[in-house]
Design a protein around this ligand. Structure first.
Ligand code: ADP
Ligand code: RBF
Ligand code: MG
Length: 146
């Protein structure tokens, strides 16, 4: 995809409240306006990249962009699971993202367990991709500096 890496930012809003956190996979959601500004070439699907909160440390992340076929959402959404253990929630804070690469299309699953397993696989793939020379340098991009 020509538009990658793609840098964007937005405040963190309440998501669908489906208990992603309870699944061990909290996802920081951004407002619809931010989703609507994504370039058309950025097809829906699961991505890996880098993320920071309020210009803090830059962490690895997996992102889901689209309509979540498993839940049949009406609105397009973008949510990021940051691969880091935070001590508290950060609703309202500013998230910066560098979307680096595409992992797979969004799919429907037979069960929540199957979705969870796919997400765990995504996290594994994201970690190893972001450790490669092609993607590791974006962590230090000026975009993440104030
Ligand atoms: P919601 O439906 O409101 O998005 P989630 O269950 O997806 O709720 O939890 C998301 C919230 O959890 C985020 O907005 C953020 O404040 C918090 N959070 C804590 N740790 C993380 C993390 N590692 N990645 C993403 N969000 C996290
Ligand atoms: N939702 C889907 O319906 N299909 C998917 O393939 C899918 N993949 C995801 C991959 C990642 C890495 C993440 C963080 C979320 C994904 N989601 C997907 C969104 C998921 O349904 C949403 O985070 C729920 O809130 C989880 O309970
Ligand atoms: Mg969420």
């Amino acid at each position: 995809m020509n538009c990658l890496p793609y840098f964007c930012t937005g405040p963190i809003v309440k998501g669908f409240g489906r208990g992603s956190k309870e699944l061990g996979c909290p996802t920081a959601n951004v407002p619809l306006e931010v989703v609507q500004q994504l370039p058309d070439e950025l097809q829906t699907g699961v991505y890996f990249g880098w993320a920071s909160i309020e210009n803090g440390d830059v962490h690895k992340a997996v992102l889901s962009i689209g309509w979540n076929p498993f839940y049949n959402n009406k609105e397009k959404s973008m949510e990021a699971h940051i691969i880091h253990k935070f001590d508290e929630d950060f609703y309202g804070k500013q998230m910066k993202l560098c979307i680096c690469g595409y992992l797979r299309p969004e799919t429907n699953f037979d069960s929540l367990d199957a979705l969870k397993a796919a997400i765990n696989e995504d996290i594994k793939n994201a970690k190893s991709q972001l450790d490669t020379e092609q993607f590791t340098n974006y962590k230090f991009n000026d975009y993440f500096k104030q």
